[in-house]
Design a protein around this ligand. Structure first.
Ligand code: GLN
Length: 461
């Protein structure tokens, strides 16, 4: 059920918090048995932690799923990796604290350490797409998206480093918001690429997304990259009809016919609604994926150093001839994609190659930032498909990491520049959906959500 409706039913006493819990845990168990969307259900934790008298928080009693790379005090937080299977969080992430008295249904399945686009890299088995169980739900927040689509939770919190909220939202037919870098605190998120990561929201519609953003946005002294902005009510949608909309010009090869047609139809619909549209040709954006897959693994290899079996992670027992053998044993618990990313990052940061790869990529990142700035001097929103294809089959891309990386072609540029963007369902195609991505200027989430709400109504009502 939608967050907005649950809030209404709680207010009018049509439903009690206990009824919500009973109903959702029952559903969540069945759904989980079917599609493996949770790494752990948190029934015991939630019954003992929820304050049954506190109706005051924005999300009091609303059932949510939290991606398992976000710390919640006294719960096991695995980040989807076997290396953390026994790791109990000593503290809660700021976003979790800001959700207040919500009902935690479970921890969402994910690609280990958020490295992936299909949730097949999880150390706890893949999640299946609830719309078609032969398909992937997207990733890395695939468990969260699947749980929300299947009705095991009303909303979810994921993380987005290169598309991990928007891409699974698109694959599961729901809404996914990646806020501006700095709007929502990263404190308590298990870091992937620290200059890219943001917590994000997955929900059934734009209004629910705005309700959740009202809770999690805001400055946090514990995150040095958090920015002070004035508090807004994101559910107060504004009139956006006179805004200028850009349509991203992109090469058509590799983009499926279904996706292209759905996108073109939406552009036509906008034109008919007298929206001011211009085509935007960006010269440097095509380098985004290459830049991302140098900078992010570099940051990953630095961030992953703490999982050495001493500071964090599986601690091997027994006698070791030397430290190297100890490390080898501890870090053998890493999943394959984790090892791959650490190796790429160690290489791009190594003495002989640092300038050729890491520094060069940083420079290109700045050029892309400047290009975004120029473009957003002329337009208010930039539209593209969210993903180049509809959800692919389970197993289809696991042997070919490069084709997996290509599924982020539309989402990755936004993380390079820190802008906010959202994916909303664009069109139903068979049982599946294709997604529409909308990007706006930094810290203009209020406009972004207003325009998304307008489009959602045009497309679906
Ligand atoms: N799929 C992308 C990657 O593998 C993005 C992941 C993410 O946003 N966490 O890097």
């Amino acid at each position: 059920m939608k967050v907005s409706l649950l809030k209404e039913n709680l207010r009018s006493k049509k439903i009690s918090p206990k009824e919500i819990l009973e109903d959702y845990f029952k559903k969540a168990k069945d759904i989980n048995a079917d599609i493996n969307c949770f790494i752990k259900l948190e029934e015991e934790y939630t019954y003992s932690h929820l304050d049954f008298d506190n109706y005051e928080d924005n999300l009091s009693f609303i059932p949510g799923v939290i991606k398992d790379n976000i710390n919640i005090k006294n719960t096991i937080t695995t980040a989807g990796s076997q290396i953390l299977k026994n790791y109990k969080s000593p503290y809660s992430a700021t976003v979790v604290k800001k959700l207040g008295n919500f009902s935690l249904i479970g921890k969402g399945n994910m690609d280990a350490f958020a490295f992936g686009s299909s949730t097949e890299n999880s150390g706890y088995g893949p999640t299946l797409n609830p719309l078609d169980k032969n398909k992937v739900p997207g990733g890395s927040s695939g468990g969260v998206a699947a749980a929300v689509m299947a009705g095991a939770s009303a909303f979810g919190i994921g993380t987005d480093t290169g598309g991990s909220v928007r891409q699974p939202a698109s694959f599961c037919g729901i809404v996914g918001l990646k806020p501006t870098y700095g709007l929502c605190s990263r404190y308590g998120l298990i870091a992937m690429g620290s200059s890219f990561d943001v917590p994000g929201i997955l929900a059934e519609d734009v209004l629910d997304t705005a309700i959740v953003l009202n809770s999690i946005a805001g400055f946090d002294i514990k995150d040095s990259t958090s920015i002070k902005v004035k508090k807004e009510d994101y559910t107060k949608f504004k009139d956006v009809k006179n805004k200028k909309v850009g349509i991203l010009k992109f090469p058509k090869e590799g983009i499926s016919e279904d996706v292209l047609n759905a996108f073109d139809e939406t552009i036509d619909l906008l034109k008919k609604s007298n929206i001011d549209i211009v085509e935007i040709d960006m010269k440097y954006i095509s380098h985004s994926l290459a830049v991302y897959y140098i900078l992010v693994p570099s940051e990953i290899s630095a961030n992953m150093a703490r999982f050495d079996g001493i500071r964090f992670g599986y601690h091997p027992k027994g006698e070791f001839k030397d430290l190297l053998n100890f490390y080898k044993d501890a870090r053998s618990e890493f999943e394959d994609e984790v090892k791959r990313r650490i190796m790429i990052g160690a290489y791009t940061l190594s003495q002989g190659y640092y300038d050729a790869y890491y520094n060069k990529a940083l420079r290109v990142r700045n050029i892309i930032k400047q290009e975004f700035k120029d473009v957003f001097g002329k337009i208010d929103f930039l539209l593209s498909p969210t993903t180049p294809t509809l959800p692919f089959n389970i197993g289809e891309k696991t042997k070919d990491p490069l084709s997996m990386y290509l599924s982020d072609i539309f989402t990755v540029p936004v993380n390079l520049v820190g802008y906010p963007s959202i994916s909303i369902p664009n069109k139903k195609i068979g049982n599946l959906f294709s997604g529409l991505q909308i990007i706006s200027r930094p810290f203009e989430e209020s406009n972004l959500l207003s325009f998304s709400y307008f489009l959602e109504n045009k497309l679906w009502k």
